[in-house]
Design a binder for this molecule. Sequence first.
Ligand code: PEP
Ligand code: MG
Length: 744
Amino acid sequence: MRRLREVMAENLDAQARLDKIVRHIAANMVAEVCSVYVLRSDEVLELFATQGLNPTSVHEASLRVGQGLVGTIAATARTLNLEDAQTHPAFRYLPETGEEIFHSFLGVPILRSGRVLGVLVVQNEAERAYRDDEVEALETTAMVLAELIAAGELEGLDKQGAGLDLSRPLNLRGASLADGIGMGQVILHEPRVVVTNLFNEDADYETRRLHDSLSNLRFSIDDMLRNQDVARDGEHREVLESYRMFAHDRGWVRRMEEQVRNGLTAEAAVEKVQSDNRARMMRSPDPYFRERLNDFDDLAYRLLRELVGKPHGPVAERGKSDYVVVARHMGAAELLDYNGPQLRGLVLEEGAPTSHVVIVARALGIPVVGQVNDALSYADSGNRIIVDGEEGSVFLRPTDEVRDAYGEKMLFRAKRQEAYIRLKDQPAVSSDGQPVSLLMNAGLLMDLPNVKNSGAAGIGLFRTELQFMVSSRFPRAGEQEQLYREVLDAADGKPVTFRTIDIGGDKVLPYLRGEHEENPALGWRAIRLSLDRPGLMRAQLRALLKAAAGRHLRVMLPMITEVREVLLVRQIIDRELELLARFGYQAPDRFELGAMLEVPSLLFQLDDIMRAVDFVSVGSNDLFQFIFASDRGNARIARRYDQLNRAFLRVLRQIQQAAERHGKSLTLCGEMAGRPLTALALLGLGYRSISMAGASLGPVKAMLLETDIGKLETELLAEIAKPYGGQTIREFLLDFADANGIPY
Ligand code: PEP
Ligand code: MG
């Protein structure tokens, strides 16, 4: 450690420093070979320095990530310790290096903030297993090398190297998840703390710092546990309790103390011990340990933040300027924590178009670009950023030219927005005179002004669970009633369809304890949960009935799977109405009960369900997910199937026909209602009522005004009936729109 520190302090260029370090390691570990492979931006690991292999192979020998032992270490970010490397299945012989005489092999990843920058290897001719303390030493050296590589001074590595030059402008591509353009400064959701100061000057001082931070950490966990917002039981409390247990874990503390005694700073010790923990826990066959890994990571991360004096949580980072949140993934409730007039956009490494965080972002009117690989590594807190939700593009640290261009684009969009606003009072009628009801989806108080401003015909879907999700405990009956009353007031006589809580799946309440479920989307959610917790359901229905005294009330049930479920709810409602009357409350003057059509089983009982309800609403997000067995929140398959698939459109047509046969009103309130092209398909299928995010009303109305529905219907129905050809009719719709001057 001392030698390493000296080499780092010497006045050498980066390559010379690297050469010197490999010589020292080889000598120190009595290894015939020590080599450093650096990851280039093209995912190739290039030999950058070696002691013991053929010197002419430096900058010549290379491997792809995943290829050979070195590539395997880079791909898995895990250490490999092998007595005889040549018998390992991943072994790959590089002739230019002359390594055929070496048998034992120890390779460790060079990591910085969890990102692989390269691989450090020692080899010996004899077959030997490297001892734990040797592995430790090599891993610590890799931390030093990470700093050296990250400094970006190595020749031949284009500066962004492994993407670490955080000053260069960068354009990242992703999927467009919510329309709009936003500019601001980056706030990293759960940012990594990058430890740059590795060696301590004074071990006692560092040990004290470590202990001080540990006790702050323990206090903060106790504080959280005392906080009355944490329900008495529930998952959240359980997690905190396991944090408390870990934070007092003697073994953990002892290992960090040892690292400090070995010469690391407190921060470096936390990081080192955490990466050891991670490696150990990932290898554990016990799923409990693997699951606890995230908790442990989070705890170590909190300790690091204590050490560097950065407070936790989103609020602390907000300044006065506009900001864009960059995250790997995020829950809908977490996004609401960031909400405010300066929130301008969201960038996700994951995310899919119908995931709830995206739906909430759309409701907030902020652009979202998802599936942006490594966004968190490229972005740094405070960087300028532009999020283009229209193109699915993100500009980090944009040049003046890009900023100017976006200034223009925003101006253009503002003009278009003005045009939409002018449309708001125009009747929603197609060019051939057919009226269509364009409704708005909502769920929070802040949506309400838009009911008026956007010219919506009413609220087609009010997601009541959002109030539950943003609250830290079950909202009291009085609070629910108050919200529902305000919603009805804001709608000012226009119809509002309240959906009873749709909890479960990806919509979790931290204070509701549930059993762990293998498939939460198919699990104890929505109406299933409500029927099993009749107290909860009664309280909500009562709040709705009271709030709608003397007015029109529409209640809709999510995830109905069989008709019986509707009948059970009707019984509860009848009883509630009786009770209200008995206690002298005024009832709604009109009451309608509807079902969401989002579980495929209902497709085979369409006539029965139509008889049992007053109206139906298609939840196309879930219906599509279940019909195509394709998780709506999974980024990897998000683009695999198209909602404009013929099979899906045939299903939607069948539903429309059944509703017509029974004279029941029909709405569709999934995300496909909010995009002009998919909404166009719905018009062609006979849908005359669709509900969407407020921001979509303008573009969809602009489309409607130019559409000759009669003509569209004839052509589209013929198109989906075709027995052959590509599965999606997107091309057909694009051609139809272009040929008829329909904006989309
Ligand atoms: C749907 O599933 O299409 C729907 C509208 O409900 P949610 O997106 O809230 O599940
Ligand atoms: Mg749904």
